[in-house]
Ligand binder design. Structure first.
Ligand code: GLC
Length: 655
């Protein structure tokens, strides 16, 4: 550290000001005179969007596109997120990238947010746990991350100017915890301050969150970088603790003037420079460009991550898995050109794509194909539909691939509704009429309405599952993989049922989070609002039985154990979900909240005991008088649930 302080003391004021903004879109500024190099950042959360510096058309290098966060969140698998992060770290090393700009852990307040596909969940505990696993994975290979977007960046509409107006308890219980968990469990090299304001002050100029809470309360040791273009006042940003403003901008003199006229202390500026230098030297020290990276192995890992994340939503009469001897029709252009990622800064150039059609052929299964619709627009016509119906009718089983086209969900915009393209809804009805043995495969980055849900025999949610998602879908359709995904977000039956519906987007630049802590299942379960599919929901090709739940008070928390047995005939993975359900308490609380989970693999007949230790925090609420976490006296249910709606068994502790 003192080397760095010493180095900073040798910088001129102009050089200091220059260090706190980028050299270009991705690099920090070097100071050759003092042997200070640059650190190189690059998007994004599920794959590397590295500029191809050998070209001047802003083309990016080909990179492996892993499943997006909405998909991997459904794995509920910390180890998997770690492995995926590790592979991305190796790829960054091979490309000379020092900091990967992800993960995104913003909480999903509404199904409409255009970037929901880039974020994990409506639940802060799940988002924090998986975000921390991902960060630890990437950083285990000597590559940094940027935890984003800090915070309450819950919509794309007017994202550069809107103010998220949120009460203190909701901020603490819903919008901060995922960031807190990642900081405390993984120490991301950087955190990205979001575009929006929080209660009227831009995140990049918000000292309360960037310094008081992030650094002093949580112990964050890294660097705060602005989102690209999110700094509006360079001196205010430095004062608040935004150490680096990206990308390059011609405003360094604002800092020089502020220091000269005394409105900005040079100590604050020195502190930012120290953190920039720490990042640069840490990057240099950790570079391992020779680290072997094999895109084919990464592609295979991407397929495995997707297969362990996809969610089986319906499987009437055990229609799935299909047998490879069936006469099968794959209907829908997404079976040939699957949607694998979303639009915007996270969009990368895949090294290759495996579609369901190709994967079926590789698996030795001959399927017929009908496009049924235009994959870009989602539109269809009578001929395409007639051809699709014909294909369905002449097959034993039909698999209909539908979903949202790229044009309906992307960074920079929010969806106006939750509907699928009209032609896709119509195709479900037409194909199911032509062949009742129909399964639907969905490609979408956020919940959609399914007015036809009673018609297909099976529904598989394949989300935006990365470049090998077609292979993962085929692995599950034919039973090579037993699906084990569980929804990391609620699917309301219709948009109007969502708790943010009346207020989402806000009025002008004021966006009031009136639903407070009642986000997602916290609302639906407390209000007993029926949903299409609840948070935590997902089917398997086998069955699991639970027994011997033990819940014991331990210190100011609790020790929990439960036995889980695979009582089916196939190996399978189960997600054990533990919720705390306050019973006799005074505070207004959600009916239940996820406070632990574990994913276990069980062979037929195998039984395992799962143990959890719950800290006091698992029972706490944020007390706005004390400005601290509190466990109120009362009784608390400790529930093992199939999902947020179905408790299997519960115990009780009293404080
Ligand atoms: C974008 C995004 C952020 C991304 C950055 C660099 O606007 O908000 O997620 O990492 O700018 O592309």
């Amino acid at each position: 550290m003192n080397d760095i302080k010493n180095l900073v003391s040798q910088l001129t004021l102009e050089e200091k000001a220059g260090l706190t903004s980028g050299k270009d879109c991705w690099l920090t500024k070097a100071v050759e005179r003092l042997g200070i190099g640059s650190a190189r950042t690059s998007d994004g959360p599920h794959g590397l969007r590295a500029d191809d510096y050998s070209r001047d058309d802003h083309a990016t290098m080909p990179a492996v596109c892993f499943p997006t966060a909405v998909t991997t969140a459904a794995s509920f698998d910390r180890e998997m997120l770690f492995e995926m992060g590790k592979e991305l770290g190796r790829e960054c090393q091979s490309y000379g990238v020092d900091v990967l700009l992800g993960p995104g852990v913003n909480i999903k307040r509404s199904p409409l947010c255009g970037r929901n596909f880039e974020y994990f969940s409506e639940d802060p505990y799940l988002a924090g746990e998986l975000g921390a696993a991902f960060v630890n994975g990437v950083q285990s290979e000597g590559v940094g991350t940027s935890l984003k977007h800090f915070f309450a960046n819950s919509q794309e509409t007017r994202r550069f100017t809107s103010s998220s107006e949120i009460d203190e308890r909701t901020i603490r219980e819903i919008y901060l915890p995922a960031f807190e968990t990642v900081v405390k469990k993984a120490q991301p090299w950087t955190i990205m301050a979001s575009y929006n304001k929080i209660n009227g002050t831009y995140s990049t100029a918000n000292r309360l969150y960037l310094d008081e809470i992030l650094r002093k309360e949580w112990g964050f040791e890294g660097l705060v970088v602005s989102d690209w273009g999110a700094t509006h006042d360079r001196a205010a940003a430095v004062e608040a603790g935004t150490d680096l403003t990206m990308p390059a901008e011609d405003t360094d003199r604002q800092i020089v003037e502020a220091v000269k006229n005394g409105t900005l202390s040079e100590e604050a500026l020195d502190l930012c420079c120290e953190r920039v230098l720490e990042l640069v030297f840490k990057s240099e020290k950790n570079r391992r460009r020779e680290l072997p990276f094999d895109p084919e192995a990464a592609h295979a890992l991407s397929r495995k991550c997707a297969a362990d994340s996809l969610v089986l939503l319906k499987n009437e009469g055990g229609m799935l898995p299909l047998s490879k001897g069936d006469k099968i029709a794959f209907i829908g252009a997404f079976s040939k050109t699957p949607r694998v990622q979303g639009g915007g800064s996270s969009h990368i150039r895949e090294t290759k794509l495996t579609s369901a059609l190709e994967a079926a052929a590789e698996a030795g299964v001959s399927v017929t194909y009908a496009a049924a619709y235009n994959p870009e627009t989602g539109e269809s016509d009578e001929n395409l539909i007639a051809e699709a119906v014909k294909a369905a009718r002449s097959a034993d089983k039909a698999v209909l691939f539908i979903g949202l086209p790229d044009s309906m969900e992307y960074e920079g915009g929010d969806r106006p509704h939750m509907k699928l393209p009209e032609a896709h809804d119509r195709l479900v009805r037409e194909i199911c009429k032509a062949n009742p043995e129909t399964a639907v495969v969905l490609h979408n980055g956020s919940p959609v309405e399914m007015p036809w849900i009673d018609q297909p025999k099976a529904v598989l949610e394949a989300y935006l599952g990365g470049q090998a998602v077609g292979g993962a879908v085929v692995d599950i359709l034919f039973g090579d993989v037993n699906p084990s995904g569980r929804l990391a977000e609620s699917f309301p039956r219709r948009l109007e049922d969502n708790p943010s519906y009346l207020y989402y987007i806000g009025e002008g630049d004021r966006v009031t989070y009136n639903e407070g802590i009642f986000v997602g299942y916290r609302y639906y379960e407390t209000k007993k609002q029926e949903v299409l599919f609840p948070f935590g929901y997902g089917l398997s090709y086998t069955e699991f039985e639970y027994s011997d739940l033990s819940v014991k008070k331990a210190g100011d928390g609790a020790e929990v154990s439960v036995k889980v047995k695979n009582v089916g005939v196939r190996e399978g993975k189960e997600v054990v979900q533990l919720y705390v359900a306050p019973e006799k308490v005074k505070m207004i609380r959600p009916k239940r909240e996820l406070k632990e989970f574990a994913k276990i693999d069980l062979r037929p007949g195998e039984e395992k005991t799962v143990r959890f230790s719950l800290p006091a925090r698992a029972f706490s609420y944020w007390d706005i008088e004390a400005h601290d976490w509190k466990v109120e006296s009362g009784k608390f249910g400790v529930e093992i649930c199939k999902n947020a709606h179905e408790a299997i068994m519960s115990g009780e502790v009293e404080f």
